[in-house]
Design a protein around this ligand. Sequence first.
Ligand SMILES: Nc1ncnc2c1ncn2[C@@H]1O[C@H](COP(=O)(O)OP(=O)(O)OP(=O)(O)O)[C@@H](O)[C@H]1O
Ligand SMILES: CC(=O)C(=O)O
Length: 330
Amino acid sequence: MDFYGTLGPACCLHPVLSRMYEVGMTGVRLNLSHGMLREHANWLYVASSAAKALGKPTKILIDLEGPELRIGDISGYRTLKTDSHVIFGQRGIPVPEILLAQGKKGMRFLLDDGKMEVEILECNSSQMLAKVLRGGILKSRKSITPEGTIIETPTLTAKDLENLKVAGQYGVTGVMLPFVRSDRDLLCLRQKLEENHSGHIKIFAKIENMQGVEALDTFFSLADEIVIARGDLGNAMPLWELPAVQKRIGAQCRRAGKPFMVVTQMLDSMEHSPVPTRAEVSDIYNAVLEGASSLMLTGETAVGEYPAEAMEYLVKTAESSLRHKIVCEV
Ligand SMILES: Nc1ncnc2c1ncn2[C@@H]1O[C@H](COP(=O)(O)OP(=O)(O)OP(=O)(O)O)[C@@H](O)[C@H]1O
Ligand SMILES: CC(=O)C(=O)O
């Protein structure tokens, strides 16, 4: 199995990464929604040398921006108070042009994987005035997802194209494409990799909305691994439906013999606690029992207080599940 940790300010020092590899991490993921590949060369170098010093190989995944919509940069953070009003666009929180062009009165947006929710009261081509339905703290580059509406965006952003050009030279082994909607998205990525002499790099297709779930069967010949990206996928349905959709994707992958990864909030409480909840370890155990070939931590390692401890819980729980699986199958 593969165990990935997302690189971030909390884990990018040699001793921390070294400990993460020691406890079983097999690779790292760099989320390029938070900066360019060349800006993170140092993190990748530290990760590779920590693995090498232990005599271990490392996989390196880059997660592209892709068709996902995010707010732009804001200084520090903005507190969105429930029932208050907030402006997006000019003189407000920056959002992609396409949202301003397609925003309509009454449209609702989820922010930061659904932690906050707003409803558009008025809009024009440069601004949207919205009411905060569910408040919270908003930081730079967090996701903004229209509810119940599909906004058509290109497969790859200009930054993605730049990052793909240098992926080979940074030792990238896999590229994660967010919000895969149809086989066209995967064909576009494959073509760009080949144009950049990086045809050996594996493609990880992230399933993050119902369009992706419905089209999954057409992805199997084009993707090397399917990613059940529960953060955004959970925004696409009432949260109580998410476990069923996770199981459905897992079953389809098993039938097709396609490896799949389960990710997001696997050990969420460990961002601030040295010990996970019972529910979190059960979630990991079950994901492995259902055939997941990779598991990945996100905020737990990128910004959490206990990145190495979280990795150890992830690996030990998965190993316990694998042991019991073997016993059950014998
Ligand atoms: N390269 C980075 N530089 C600085 N902070 C980062 C970086 N990568 C991740 N983070 C921080 O860690 C948090 C959790 O990482 P994660 O990869 O889940 O990103 P996300 O933007 O929340 O979601 P998504 O997984 O949908 O891209 C981010 O919200 C961000 O605050
Ligand atoms: C990891 C990720 O992108 C998600 O769960 O949405």
